[in-house]
Write a protein that binds this ligand. Structure first.
Ligand code: NAI
Length: 246
């Protein structure tokens, strides 16, 4: 097993990509912290993992809120005694063209997708530094590299995540911690279910793979980057998009 005995926090793992990541980490032997704003789906993911005989802990958290994030880390340390892996997967959209985007929509997406990643990473840092070991995986997006109509706020956060990934690689490599990003293409989850069908069809046809992604496609990349053996991969942005961006 690739993640035997590792303690992994995956934010936004109640549903979608994060849930698939949590299930995959558990299959690889990790003790999984399902960290989500939504208690119902988060509790369900943790229960589904526990039903397989693996260890899981649900913690309700709002990644945008520092006190909530600090409480999450305290709860994880009390239960498992350390944190080896953090996947900053939680993310939201609030789309509108630049002309129509409200300040509230800008602030909300920045708070979750950008400040949330900063909050969670800063909060797990002391325990990772003490152990001289850590794997941090940030979820960016194809939109963070190339932009997308109607996603000024979202694109800013996902590009910002790439900037933080490269910065933290430089700051933390000497402490035994790697920081990488995954940049998914268009993946079939509730997030993309909000997008118009013709836009999704366009993205499907544009990708050499001629399909949209599945949550398992991204979960697989999370597992790969979270392994101890991936320790020389650092500061990288891994596109998982079926070749969409070529
Ligand atoms: P989703 O909307 O299906 O799930 C997001 C999860 O995050 C939900 O369980 C939600 O409750 C949780 N969440 C939202 N705000 C939170 C907060 N403040 N604190 C804690 N948890 C919170 O999203 P999906 O599609 O699974 O996306 C996961 C990540 O992948 C996001 O960062 C997203 O931006 C990114 N991504 C998704 C793509 C897609 O096509 N679905 C493409 C590229 C990136």
């Amino acid at each position: 097993m690739k993640l035997q005995e590792r303690v992994a926090i995956i934010t936004g793992s109640g549903r979608g990509i994060g849930r698939e990541g949590a299930l995959a980490f558990a299959r690889e032997g990790a003790k999984v912290v399902v960290a989500d704003f939504d208690a119902e789906s988060g509790g369900q993911t943790a229960a589904d993992i526990a039903a397989t005989g693996a260890e899981a802990l649900f913690v309700q958290v709002n990644v945008a809120d520092r006190a909530s994030v600090n409480a999450m880390v305290e709860a994880v340390l009390a239960k498992f005694g350390g944190i080896d892996i953090l996947v900053n997967n939680a993310g939201i959209t609030a789309d509108a063209s630049l002309a129509k985007m409200t300040e509230e929509a800008w602030d909300r997406v920045i708070a979750v997708n950008l400040k949330g990643v900063f909050n969670c990473t800063q909060a797990v840092l002391p325990t990772m530094i003490a152990k001289k070991y850590g794997r941090i995986i940030n979820t960016s997006s194809v939109v963070g590299r190339f932009g997308n109509f109607g996603q000024t706020n979202y694109a800013a956060t996902k590009a910002g995540v790439i900037g933080m990934t490269m910065t933290w690689c430089k700051e933390l490599a000497a402490k035994g911690i790697t920081v990488n990003a995954v940049a998914p293409g268009f993946i079939l989850t509730e997030m993309t279910a909000k997008m118009p069908e013709n836009v999704l069809a366009m993205m499907r046809d544009k990708a050499p793979a001629r399909r949209l992604g599945l949550p398992a496609d991204i979960a697989n990349a999370y597992v790969f980057l979270a392994q101890e053996e991936s320790g020389f991969i650092n500061g990288h942005v891994l596109a998982v998009d079926g070749g969409l961006t070529l």
